[in-house]
Design a protein around this ligand. Structure first.
Ligand code: CA
Length: 701
């Protein structure tokens, strides 16, 4: 497959980090209410380092790490998440925003709370990847559901205590990220910056009552209605055109970090709607506060400062990777910094007291910019990077990002950041898109770019786990990882780095050298990040073995080669301890490749298939995969009998017949639309060049 078609595929990939003598004591000081035996929030503690100070499991004894127990999660739609652990109970959220509490020493289910998102979500179900994490505080578990509700749940029994709808009922906003809690406030953002009419915001609610305390919009609205604050007035000067009427962006879909010491909250904002800046803001401008870190007053939500990683973004370089807090010795001085590796391929060290850039260097191939100028804090853009001015272009990194949301881990003992890097370009083509035709109706993806539904080749990306020194801005070690979509990272004071992978391998590496010291075959691709906690003096490592989110949804053959089939291979929660002797169930199916149904009796119409391809790229591709090759997130339509008969296809697509299993209703599609889709699916099923031929697995059977 040519670079050109690979890049066209990549256009559609979404989103969808000196020596530092920090001790466990200062870790605790940064985390005033957090017990080091627990993992009560997404990043473990307020610094969001995904670091555990526990030392019982270390690099000398990790070979004895074994399975303590496992919990099967059959028919799970999405398992890309990070669990919590508090007082011997694990809380986690998978599938249709279903929350479970499990005894951390036995794996016994204590309670399950199902917010029934499939029934109430409406069109929001179409773009929700699932919930990446939650937060625990003072006897409550807080979850943002796929349909945009924030729910406080009684941790003792799973009963909802209050519910707040944080988004418009029928707008394109939805939630995938974890809320954060501090001092009586619970803070949540939303996703949706690939759809029409999304003006990003972050909102704080009262932990006791759910009442709204403040909301900060990340971009200005309709100027004729006045501005909410001076920050919006200033930002409006960096926009042109009428984006406020239909476009926008700046979703806070992942990174939120609380700095208790400064009483600030740092948010990471997404790219704009549409992606194409030539349409979004035709006269140019930085388009504040897109693709930025914005510091807000914790108590009022008032703007304090911002640092924009990609001014005038037009490549989908969300600044949504973790915002991690650390203290680094820089030129002999202790500096309080933010560590941040957004999708654009640069690693940033930023002074968190004022937002000033300290350093930024690339950790992957970058062709959109030559470097970041430390004097101005701005990128020096490469010629031709703005494809809407100079023509279609293959750009590194792709819109899927050199990193994505998968958590990085900063280990204060080694002073290294550990994270997953994806080396992949994307092809960006303005081709015929303009102010007049970029908007797609009915909550369809609207990027302002030419897009294609072509299958992604199995070698479209390479990836690696790296150790990065933020002080010298250099890579210390690297380990090759499979494909382009793997799990987030945990590091521990036991000098270990844990990561799960597409093949189902869950591995531990020496934090100083990268040497693999231990691994376990989880029999399911891993996308989320592990956690560590302690119960009765025993240290546990836990991870959800679950295949999900955008890479597993969009990637086609690139991700399908690992052989995880939706509704065939179950997801599972795994807990490990030293001397653990538990076994996985003996009857787990081996990874397998989909067998498309050829259906020779189906008379293929090439014109209909072509029309179906266009519709597929805007409606079905996100979950069912590029080229109609499902990567394990949703069923492979080439192998499904449903599209073979119009009646069955109508019942499910127009009628919502499989709503409760996560298949949204598309009642605006006409019978002719469905017929076009059926022809596209059959064309793909018959094409011998579509779909992986070879399976990449750890073990057979
Ligand atoms: Ca984005």
């Amino acid at each position: 497959m040519s670079c050109r078609s690979l890049g066209r595929m990549a256009v559609l990939l979404f989103p969808i980090y000196a020596t530092l003598a920090i001790s466990s004591a200062s870790w605790a000081a940064n985390s005033p209410t957090i017990n080091a035996n627990d993992w009560p929030s997404y990043g473990g503690a307020y610094d969001e380092q995904h670091f555990s100070p526990l030392t019982r499991v270390d690099k000398d004894n990790v070979a004895k790490l074994g399975l303590a127990w496992s919990l099967e999660l059959p028919n799970t739609h999405n398992g890309a998440t990070v669990p919590l652990a508090v007082n011997g109970v694990i809380y986690f959220c998978v599938d249709q925003s279903i929350v479970r509490a499990v005894d951390a020493t036995t794996g016994k289910l204590l309670w399950l709370y199902d917010p029934k998102v499939a029934v109430v979500a409406g069109r929001k179900l179409r773009n929700a990847w699932g919930v990446r994490g939650m937060t625990y505080s003072e006897g409550k578990v807080y979850v943002g559901t796929m349909d945009g509700r924030l729910i406080a749940i009684d941790a003792a029994n799973g009963k909802p205590l209050w519910t707040q709808l944080t988004v418009g009922k029928s707008d394109s906003r939805y939630i995938t990220g974890a809320p954060r809690v501090f001092d009586g406030l619970v803070i949540i953002g939303h996703a949706g910056a690939e759809y029409v009419g999304v003006r990003g915001y972050v909102t704080a609610y009262d932990t006791k009552t759910g009442a709204q305390r403040w909301r900060f919009y990340t971009i200005p609205g309709d100027p004729t209605k006045g501005f909410e604050n001076d920050a919006m007035r200033a930002a409006a000067k960096t926009w042109s055109g009428k984006t406020w009427a239909s476009g926008g962006g700046g979703a806070v879909w992942n990174a939120i970090t609380i700095d208790p010491e400064q009483r600030l909250v740092f948010i990471g904002t997404s790219n704009g709607v549409p992606w194409n800046q030539g349409i979004r803001s035709p006269e140019g401008g930085d388009n504040l506060y897109l693709t930025s870190i914005v510091a807000l007053d914790l108590d009022t939500g008032a703007y304090r400062w911002h640092y924009q990683t990609t001014p005038a973004d037009t490549w989908d370089y969300d600044s949504s990777g973790d915002i991690e807090l650390a203290t680094l010795q820089i030129q002999g001085k202790a500096r309080k910094v933010i560590l941040h590796a957004p999708k654009n391929g640069f690693y940033y060290v930023i002074d968190r007291t004022n937002g000033k850039l300290i350093s930024a260097e690339p950790f992957t191939k970058v062709t959109w910019a030559e470097r970041i100028d430390l004097k101005t804090g701005r990128p020096v853009e490469a010629p031709g990077a703005r494809y809407y001015k100079s023509g279609p272009k293959l750009i590194w990194p792709s819109s899927s990002g050199a990193t994505n949301w998968q958590p990085a881990s900063f280990n204060p003992l080694t002073s290294l950041s550990y994270f997953q890097v994806v080396d992949m370009p994307g092809y960006l083509d303005n081709g015929g898109m303009s102010e007049n035709n970029w908007i797609r109706p009915n909550n369809q993806v609207s990027l302002g770019l030419q897009s294609s539904a072509a299958d992604a080749p199995i070698d479209a990306a390479t990836s690696r786990l790296i150790a990065w020194d933020p002080n010298t801005q250099t890579e210390k070690w690297r380990v090759a990882t499979p494909g382009g979509w793997n799990g987030g990272v945990l590091s521990t004071a036991g000098q270990l780095v844990f990561q799960g992978r597409a093949t189902g391998e869950f591995a531990a590496h020496d934090a100083s050298t990268g040497k693999k010291l231990w691994s376990f075959d989880a029999r399911m691709g891993i996308t989320g990040a592990p956690i560590s906690f302690s119960v009765n003096g025993e240290q546990y490592i836990a991870v959800v073995a679950g295949w999900g989110a955008s890479g597993a949804g969009v990637y086609g053959s690139l991700a399908a080669q690992y052989g995880w089939i939706s509704r065939v291979h179950s997801h599972r929660l795994l807990a490990f301890k030293l001397g653990g002797k538990a076994q996985l169930p003996s009857d787990l199916p081996a990874p397998m490749l989909t067998k498309p149904i050829v259906a020779p009796e189906f008379k293929l119409d090439a014109q209909r298939a072509k029309r179906g391809e266009d519709l597929y790229s805007r409606t079905c591709l996100l979950c069912h995969g590029s080229g109609a090759v499902a990567a394990g997130f949703a069923p492979d339509l080439r192998a499904s009998s449903v599209p073979l008969t119009m009646a069955a296809f109508k019942t499910i697509v127009q009628g919502g017949g499989l709503l409760e299993r996560g298949m949204p209703r598309y009642d605006e599609l006409s019978d002719a639309d469905l017929e076009d889709l059926r022809h596209f699916i059959r064309r793909q099923a018959r094409d011998p060049n579509v779909g992986p031929k070879k399976l990449v697995i750890l073990h057979e059977g």
